[in-house]
Design a protein around this ligand. Structure first.
Ligand code: COA
Length: 161
């Protein structure tokens, strides 16, 4: 497996893998996304993992509170691996490549919110040195049910020194 920056030709695979996550109820996103919907993701750090030339996972950051310039080195990350390829290191590889890319671009923190039931994602973050900041209780409803989220963060780049 190898990781690299995503490009336009990866958008179909990125959307397809994301839609598996939406169906798996691991995100507050509820509508399936198309390649056109996710094209703007290429404007910020986003990496894919390939296995034998096939895109099997990706990780990206989006801006955290973009209306406040002071936060411009904080990235909210998402990481998704195709169902058939989970548990084989693709998520770890994607997150490591994403953190490297973010460091190169001067980011100092990655953070996210993960459903408390999402053991795989929490295990991935623990393994990569993320700190669990706390739990947002009843952060929002997904398909009518209140969901709690663990807030995770990791300092990178100059902030980690
Ligand atoms: C979360 C996800 C990205 C992890 O990617 P992955 O490729 O499966 O993860 P990895 O194989 O790199 O495993 C990372 C760690 O997770 C843990 N892990 C792996 N499989 C697991 C399982 N079935 N149950 C619990 N923990 C597990 C292990 O600690 C592993 O570390 P190790 O390699 O030292 O054993 C992937 O499972 C996924 O796409 N899930 C659905 C989408 C999702 O939940 N995204 C996150 C939204 S916040």
């Amino acid at each position: 497996m190898n990781a690299r920056s995503a490009r336009r030709g990866d958008l179909d695979a990125i959307a397809r893998i994301y839609n598996e996550g939406i169906e798996g109820h691991v995100t507050f996103e509820t509508e399936p996304r198309s390649a056109a919907d996710v094209e703007r993701w290429l404007e910020q750090p986003i990496v894919v993992v390939e296995d034998g030339g096939e895109v099997v996972g990706w990780a990206r950051v989006s801006a955290y509170r973009p209306e406040r310039p002071a936060y411009n080195g904080v990235g909210e990350f998402g990481v998704y691996v195709a169902g058939a390829h989970r548990g084989r290191g693709a998520g770890s590889l994607a997150m490591e490549a994403l953190a490297d890319e973010c460091e190169r671009r001067g980011y100092w923190k990655l953070l996210s919110r993960i459903f408390t039931e999402n053991e795989r994602s929490l295990a991935l973050c623990r393994k990569l040195g993320f700190r669990e900041v706390g739990v947002y209780r009843r952060h929002a409803r997904l398909h009518g049910d209140w969901r709690d989220c663990v807030v995770v963060e990791k300092l990178i780049g100059e902030a980690a020194a």
